[in-house]
Design a protein around this ligand. Structure first.
Ligand SMILES: [Zn+2]
Length: 321
């Protein structure tokens, strides 16, 4: 299947394709060639997003080609190659396929779009175990969780690790460690909360830590719950995105094409979230992630059969729009 060959070709560039890197550029060049083959006219906007248009392209599909370090083959790339495949099956349709820049670090590209489409449909791997557990190949995303990110800094006093008695220390890392355990307590009832990064200063094995900065990532299904968890943890978000609902003709079209398909809320942010928040009628189609939902890892896997179903469904949805 051409879609699988293309996923391999993108992965061959590198399992690490950071936003705005040479590897992401190379993936965009490949996609631009495939767009031309599909009868789309590729061009880059100011943010570097690659948009392949045909006609008056008010309906868009696509995803991103950048990746996390040492990523899997499907996250992002699947949405671009299935979009191009669907476009090639609809040679008469006015539409566009987009490869957004730097989704994994932002998303950056989709936030800097110069123009907005009327409707957007994104195919993406689920990146979780729900569809695999349900035994369902495809799922319809109805909303994306709200997210807030920030950092908390703990101040202590640097001291010699060999000469300063324990009771005389103000150890910033010990306080930060207690905080990490507390954050974990808030991760329940649809809320997730994570400390994923620590910065320890001065960061030497023989010095009591003077300053520690910890990251906080909190997610919730409603804006109210997100407010509550931010307040409870006690951090100032440097970035926040309220939950966004998928809606309008793209969602209705997905439901019509896939009657009885399971409906899910995405805990991960996506370009679709950015477009929906900007007021674009947006829908997302999740493809089952096998291997227990492994994602952001080389173990990420979706079967050729499931991917074929996704291409069929996307083609039908785009044709209907
Ligand atoms: Zn992604």
């Amino acid at each position: 299947m051409r879609v699988l060959e293309r996923l391999d070709q993108i992965y061959d560039i590198g399992a690490t394709r950071a936003g705005y890197s040479a590897e992401e550029d190379a993936a965009h060049e490949l996609a631009a060639d495939w767009m031309r083959e599909a009868g789309l006219e590729p061009s880059a906007d100011e943010a570097g997003n690659l948009i392949g248009r045909r006609g008056v392209a008010r309906i868009w599909t696509g995803s991103h080609l950048d990746s996390v370090p040492n990523a899997g083959k499907y996250d992002g790339a699947l949405g671009v190659v299935t979009g191009i495949e669907a476009a090639s099956r609809l040679p008469e349709a006015d539409l566009a396929v987009v490869a957004f820049r730097a989704e994994e670090t932002g998303p950056m590209g989709s936030r800097r779009l110069g123009e907005l489409p009327e409707a957007f449909v994104e195919v993406h791997v689920e990146q979780g175990p729900v569809l695999e557990r349900l035994g369902e190949p495809l799922g319809i995303v109805t909303a994306v969780s709200g997210q807030a990110r920030g950092a908390v800094t703990f101040e202590g006093r640097a001291a010699h690790a060999g000469t300063t008695p324990i009771e005389d220390r103000t150890d910033a890392l010990v306080e930060a460690a207690k905080f990490v355990l507390r954050v974990r307590e808030y991760a329940r009832d649809g809320v997730l909360a994570t400390v994923g990064a620590l910065e320890v200063e001065p960061g030497a094995a023989n010095v009591v830590p003077e300053r520690v900065t910890v990251s906080v990532d909190a997610r919730a299904l409603t804006a109210k719950r997100l407010d509550e968890v931010i307040e409870a943890i006690g951090f100032e978000p440097s970035w926040r995105q309220d939950p966004v609902a998928m809606s309008g003709p793209p969602l209705e079209a997905l439901r019509a094409v896939l009657p009885g398909a399971p409906e899910l809320v995405s805990g991960a942010g996506h370009d679709a979230m950015v477009l929906a928040a900007a007021g674009v009628s947006t829908a997302m189609l999740f493809v089952r992630s096998l291997n227990g939902g492994a994602s952001h890892s080389p173990d990420e896997f979706s079967s050729p059969e499931d991917i074929a179903l996704a291409v069929d469904a996307l083609t039908e949805v785009l044709a209907g729009l």
